[in-house]
Design a protein around this ligand. Structure first.
Ligand code: HEM
Ligand SMILES: *[C@@H]1O[C@H](CO)[C@@H](O)[C@H](O)[C@H]1NC(C)=O
Ligand SMILES: *[C@@H]1O[C@H](CO)[C@@H](O)[C@H](O)[C@H]1NC(C)=O
Ligand SMILES: *[C@@H]1O[C@H](CO)[C@@H](O)[C@H](O)[C@H]1NC(C)=O
Length: 322
């Protein structure tokens, strides 16, 4: 487009007050090549050291990246601590407050080698990828150059609800630029990790207030869950994808297609033709495209509202602003 046309467009856009999608930010696969050549290798090594012996950390780290990106963009705002307990991380249920030490360890190792260069947002994005790889999931290239935010607010930590229906989920994801198909793909992250009974009990004990369970859930799965989750127990943990919680595979799609999705939001994927088609295809054929689809969706997730250029900062320590 000629410069004149771009100018005209900019003027038009500002007159109309239209909000346009910001052109894809300039993240770059070789961003640290000159200033911190070994950055990726350093992060990979630290992640492996931690996740190798404690596989359940992988889920926590993947979820951490998702949360960071969905709230205020991938700017490591989730890692900030607040003396008043009013930062994003204070809004997250206890259970998920795991894995921060891995990010901190990776950042320390980087600071030793090339101080002040690699952002915490990039560290988190790399750690999430390396953690997934460590438990048998796909590798994807992580474009780098994110900068760290200075603001983290508990009241902004609004994430899709595990009780959400399909219309709400589709809306929540399309608000962030994701298609329904990508919603199904990314939900596949629930092939690893755990939840707490507190998020499951309403579904199995008192779904409509009559002491019933969710009819969208397989009755034998309801019985299984009841064995583990007693009505007043909200803290015991349950596997999200029973039988393979520490392996990043496509089994989640089999579970969901058999009405054994743990959350309402997992089961809801059967209530839309597009997400249902994706679930059933991956289930039937053993996840033929899941690894590639997930990798692509994670790259996209990692670009959400990132700070680049002169915005934000490179934090010295991931839990505090400079
Ligand atoms: C579709 C909307 C989603 C909803 C409603 C949702 C909800 C949840 C909830 C409620 C938990 C359990 C947390 C707890 O008990 O403390 C959880 C766990 C988890 N979520 Fe999601 N999630 C969604 C999408 C995603 C996405 C897109 C990812 C990553 C790409 C993800 C990754 C995970 C992982 C790995 C866990 C296990 C965490 C662990 O073991 O510590 N989720 N999710
Ligand atoms: C979990 O959260 C509760 C209140 O929400 C708090 O009292 C408790 O100390 C927390 N536990 C951990 C391990 O952080
Ligand atoms: C998801 O969408 C619903 C319905 O529009 C909305 O009430 C809720 O706040 C949204 N949640 C997120 C995390 O965007
Ligand atoms: C089930 O829900 C109804 C309506 O909210 C409530 O009155 C009842 O006490 C609940 N029962 C149990 C066992 O929690």
């Amino acid at each position: 487009m000629a410069m004149k046309n771009i100018l005209a467009l900019v003027v038009l856009v500002s007159i109309l007050g239209v909000s346009v999608a910001i052109p894809s930010p300039n993240l770059d696969l070789s961003y640290y090549k000159s200033e911190c050549r070994d950055a990726e290798e350093i992060v990979r090594k630290v992640t492996k050291e931690h996740v190798g012996p404690q596989k359940t950390l992988a889920a926590a780290l993947l979820r951490m990246h998702f949360h960071d990106c969905f709230v205020r963009g991938c700017d490591a705002s989730l890692l900030l601590k607040s003396p008043n307990n009013d930062a994003e991380r204070d809004a997250i249920p206890n259970l998920s407050v795991r894995g921060y030490e891995v990010v901190d360890a990776a950042k320390s190792a980087l600071e030793e080698k090339c101080p002040g260069v690699v952002s915490c947002a990039d560290v988190l994005s790399l750690v999430a990828r390396d953690a997934v790889v460590e438990i048998g999931g796909p590798w994807w290239s992580v474009p780098l150059g994110r900068r760290d935010g200075r603001i983290s607010r508990k009241d902004e930590a609004n994430l899709p609800s595990p009780f959400a229906d399909i219309a709400t989920l589709k809306k929540n994801f399309s608000d962030k630029g994701f298609t329904a198909n990508e919603l199904a793909v990314l939900s596949g992250a629930h092939t690893i990790g755990i939840s707490t009974c507190g998020l499951v009990n309403p579904r199995i004990y008192n779904f409509t207030g009559n002491g019933d369970s969710d009819p969208a859930m397989n009755p034998s799965y309801v019985q299984e869950l009841k064995q583990r989750c007693k009505p007043t127990d909200s803290t015991t943990t349950v596997d999200m994808d029973p039988g393979s919680v520490e392996k990043f595979d496509s089994h989640y799609f089999n579970a969901v297609s058999e009405k054994k999705g743990l959350f309402v939001s997992d089961s809801a994927l059967l209530n839309d033709p597009e997400t249902k088609l994706y679930i059933e295809k991956q289930a039937k054929l053993g996840g033929p495209t899941f690894n590639k689809d997930f990798a692509d969706a994670m790259v996209k997730l990692g670009k959400l509202e990132v700070l680049t250029g002169n915005n934000g900062e490179i934090r010295a320590k991931c839990s505090v602003v400079n």
